[in-house]
Design a protein around this ligand. Structure first.
Ligand code: ZN
Ligand code: ZN
Length: 573
């Protein structure tokens, strides 16, 4: 193209110049890219494992387990594959997922008996006002409860003795207010059957179908919006309601499932996720096991609401610049000028109870748009829907939609301004701006600068879990699904032992190990780059072995290749 006599074009930097050097890819970046390509965690956590019998220690890298791509793409992708497997397994199942718990072991029973003895002694000591002994017994109780949990019993044996809902000032338990309870929705109520599996339909030709559903729930309107998600009238858009709706959306979803189960009379199961719409309000997509008439879903969504019985936020009495101050002596937040203490959380709630005209400070509703459709198991449609549900789960909420124009940026800023002054919980430091001391107030609170997630710009007020999976969905936890995926790979490779621990256990019975976090500057922890290089090499070899094994399986038994193809996605570790 270019004649050899022509001089080097000016756009190409001179060899050996700084510009030429800068144009070369940096080897650290390439290392990270390759690690990502091979699915190797780029921020592994070094753990030191000590064999308690021999005292030998070994540094083992564990994947960081990040769920977001901006932290670690391989871990986030692996997590998404596990979620997809979880949704796939629970969605169309035709048997009940939980066969019921196994009977307790003798050790578990012995621990519960020990816990009973402690309870008896604690009660005795408390009666005789031997508070030192009570404190000691509380420690012992905590220990035995930890042991009970380690032994694999679910839940607590008994509630802890330090009651959370106690009124600190008076020491007496708060009576549950009748005024502040949720009104019952206007829906039929049935007894909820433990059944979780949907109805099976039989066609005239005798074939059976067990369809499932896909549902999208959105929030009420906060004002008309344009195609880019920004309001038509920014000054009339209800940012305050948008902020409160986002913060309380999870509670609204909980109430929806509760109402739906009561209305339908069976234990409806779901798996889904919460993500922002273009207008930056959260909405939720769900896979539902079984079918429910669309009219019923609409009726339940329309009748469901969540009332927030919190103190009023109509008047902001203080600002971040002129906040209330902590009075060490009074152990209370006080007005900076008058030194009068602010109302405590309990006092503020009592005031609501005593006011006959009190109304909830906020009520969350769903919007009119309720999308629901049937999905047949095993179809492309079902797979596509699973990908759609998990599309954004590796992204930060704020990164789901691009904010490109000035209009969009200003829209986000206005929402964020509201989120900053919206109380996130009953313990939020923002309550101080409204002249109320939050529950369990203490001197370290920063008025109007609560660290809660929902106040941060990138969360858009969606602070809680974004993946919502009901208890009896697949009957498995994410860890179980991970184990399934590994077991599949091992069976294909003919590997019988797990590198991490099972191998040692097989050789010499029960080896006892202690694990601790290794510090990056410990002398036996190799530099991160060395660890990544080793992990990539291991993964590359392992991958080709897996491919070869799949090949063999495909040629030998066509059956295995069929399931193999289906599980490849989650089978890669
Ligand atoms: Zn990672
Ligand atoms: Zn907060």
């Amino acid at each position: 193209m270019t004649a050899p006599t022509l001089p080097v074009p000016a756009t190409e930097p001179n060899p050996g110049s700084r510009a030429a050097r800068m144009a070369l890819p940096r080897s650290v970046d390439v290392l990270r890219d390759i690690a990502t390509e091979y699915g190797v965690c780029i921020r592994p956590v070094a753990m030191r494992r000590t064999d308690l019998d021999t005292g030998q220690t070994e540094v083992i890298d564990l994947p960081c387990g990040a769920t977001r791509e901006d932290k670690c793409p391989p871990c986030a992708k692996r997590n998404r594959r596990l979620r997809q497997a979880q949704i796939r397994e629970g969605w169309h199942r035709s048997d009940e997922p939980l066969p019921g718990p196994e009977p307790a072991t003798d050790e578990q029973k012995a621990l519960v008996v020990l816990r009973a003895h402690y309870e008896f002694e604690r009660d005795d000591a408390a009666r005789r006002s031997l508070w030192d002994q009570v404190a000691e017994l509380d420690d012992a109780i905590r220990e035995v409860e930890e042991a009970i949990a380690t032994e694999g019993l679910r839940g607590r044996v008994a509630p802890p003795h330090v009651v959370d809902d106690q009124d600190e000032e008076s020491g007496k338990r708060r009576k549950r207010s009748t005024r502040r309870r949720q009104d019952a929705p206007d829906l039929p109520r049935r007894k909820v059957d433990p059944r979780t599996v949907g109805k099976v339909y039989t066609a005239p030709d005798g074939s059976t179908h067990q369809p499932s559903m896909w549902l999208t729930l959105t929030l009420d309107s906060h004002g008309p919006v344009l195609g880019d998600g920004t309001p038509v009238h920014p000054d009339r858009y209800d940012y305050r309601r948008a902020a409160w709706d986002a913060v309380h959306f999870p509670r609204l979803l909980d109430r929806f499932w509760q109402n739906l189960r009561r209305c339908e009379g069976w234990n409806v199961q779901y798996a889904g996720c919460v993500e922002p719409q273009r207008r930056l309000a959260p909405h939720a997509h769900f896979a539902i096991r079984g079918t429910i008439p669309r009219a019923v879903l609409r009726q339940v969504a329309a009748a469901t609401y969540h009332q927030v019985w919190w103190p009023s936020v109509d008047v902001q009495r203080y600002t971040r610049e002129r906040p209330p101050v902590w009075d060490e002596q009074a152990a209370a937040w006080v007005d900076p000028d008058t030194r009068a203490p602010l109302a405590t959380w309990a006092e503020a709630l009592d005031a609501i109870d005593q006011d006959p005209d009190a109304e909830p400070v906020h009520v969350v509703h769903f919007g009119a748009q309720v999308d629901a459709r049937g999905v047949m198991p095993g179809t492309d449609d079902a797979e596509r829907t699973i990908r759609y549900i998990t599309k954004y789960i590796t992204k930060q909420t704020g990164a789901c939609h691009s904010i490109a124009s000035d209009r969009q940026r200003r829209h986000l800023d206005r929402l964020w301004q509201q989120l900053q002054v919206t109380p996130c919980t009953d313990r939020c430091a923002n309550w101080l701006l409204y002249g109320v001391q939050p529950k369990k107030a203490h001197g370290k609170l920063k008025p109007g600068r609560c660290k809660g997630k929902v106040h941060q710009r990138e969360t858009l007020g969606i602070g809680g879990r974004r993946i919502l999976i009901s208890r009896d969905w697949s009957g498995k936890t994410l860890a179980d699904h991970k184990y399934d995926a590994r077991a599949w790979v091992r069976s294909l490779l003919g590997v019988t032992t797990d590198l991490a621990d099972a191998g040692h256990a097989d050789e010499s019975g029960d080896r006892r190990h202690a694990w601790e976090l290794a510090r990056p500057d410990d002398p036996d922890v190799p530099p991160m780059a060395h660890r990544l290089l080793r992990a990539i090499s291991e993964r590359a070899r392992w991958r080709s072995e897996l491919l070869a094994a799949k090949d063999r399986a495909a040629r030998g038994t066509p059956d295995v290749s069929a399931t193999g193809g289906e599980t490849t996605a989650n089978g890669e570790e």
